[in-house]
Ligand binder design. Sequence first.
Ligand code: NAD
Length: 498
Amino acid sequence: MATELGHFINGNHIAGASGRFHDIFNPTTGDVQARAALASRSEVAKAVDAAQKAFPAWAAFNPQRRARVMFKFKELVEKDMDNLAKLLSSEHGKILPDARGDVQRGLEVIEFSCGIPHLQKGEYTEAAGPGIDVYSMRQPLGVVAGITPFNFPAMIPMWMFGVAIACGNTFVNKPSEKDPSVPLRLAELMMEAGAPEGVLNVVNGDKESVDALIEDPRVKAISFVGSSDIAQYIYANGTANGKRVQAFGGAKNHMIVLPDADMENVVNQLIGSAYGSAGERCMATPVAVPVGEGTADALISMLKPKVESLRIGPSMSEDSDLGPLVTAAHRDRVASYIQMAVDEGQELLVDGRDFSLQGYENGFFMGGTLLDHAKPDHQSYKEEIFGPVLQIVRAENFEQAVALPSDHQYGNGVAIFTRNGSAAREFAQKVNVGMVGINVPIPVPVAYHTFGGWKRSGFGDTNQHGPEGVKFWTKVKTITQRWPEDVQGSEFVIPTMN
Ligand code: NAD
């Protein structure tokens, strides 16, 4: 009988009561290794109750005490790193070193959040008018929620609850039903770090639990990361229910390669960013745009043998380049996009569809695929594939290369490889995409900057973590004060500072 993963509410593990479950696979073997309970509306309400009850006391913790909990949490996660990475790798399928990276990138946001006493400080203006001082404070919102995707089950929950909890909010995380063990373990560690019960809760579930969070008036804000149609749904319904919402969606990131780029460096960077984590990263590079035919031919001649010799292995292996995809259904979807690309006239230079790993024939493996001559009007180029598939779109010149990512429906990340500083600078200024790498293939900003894509990659106007995260998880109150010594007369005209 598969292990059942329930919810984590008010500091306790609670078995699921709805009778509905979702299978959790081991993508390396293809076996069902556990099943996640899918919460009913009343179970979600219990998590919100717990968070609501915990809020006043947690918000009243002074910022330094909240920071101490975050420091302790960081220490505990570091101690638990190997366990967390194994849990993550066994459910997601990413290789162990990459699983550690997933935890580490989340921890960097926790480190940022340790600075909350300074980050949450308000502003003060002395003598803004006669006897008048003005100051502002950033107050927590109350109960807030995070709905997270399968592909970064450690980093993305920590992006959200790291900042939200440090700001004095209490949190309900609804992680992906495909790999919920790490979010559950993080909630245990948060309690161990000294956060009171109810400060961080986890409910497993699907659309029913998401809708319950959207419709519960006690939930003041929702942060979402996942695919674009769901992001748009959550943004539209969350805001219609009066909530503050940020919702990040899918991606199709391009790497522009100018003729003067160091081609060996380009190929080394591209192979990692296109195929690492089996392409299941929102900041992967599934499109390469060489500028000029000579650049394209040079790129392909060096890239193709590397794609053919990618080391694909069990997720727990330390020395594979990539592991399996998350589910068989997702692998089949990726395979159907490869067929679509072929039918659209793209040239299949390397076909990963028939790959099978000896001893793991039921695992959800796929080899690397390389396609040339993708065109802007091809459906397989317009949509996100989210697998180990790299499409090459040849551009004739710099202007065309800037237009491709700029005109694409997604605008998460983009990279340019060149030795020409002024071309890189012009590209960074002109391109219509939220995060840009210059000779950096996966430009995920550091924790104290801010993460967010444009167009269909991001709905809402505030990014994840960094100062924007603090802004998202707090509301500003502005106080104008006067302490008159004499009785004041009435004023019927709006006061000005003349
Ligand atoms: P997903 O949209 O299927 O699921 C994300 C979350 O939404 C999960 O918690 C899931 O349970 C929930 N959900 C699924 N269907 C729902 C529905 N109909 N109604 C309400 N909630 C629903 O995404 P995924 O497959 O878990 O993750 C991969 C996607 O996430 C890719 O598109 C990837 O690009 C994107 N992603 C984006 C970023 C970013 O920062 N922009 C980061 C990581 C992943």
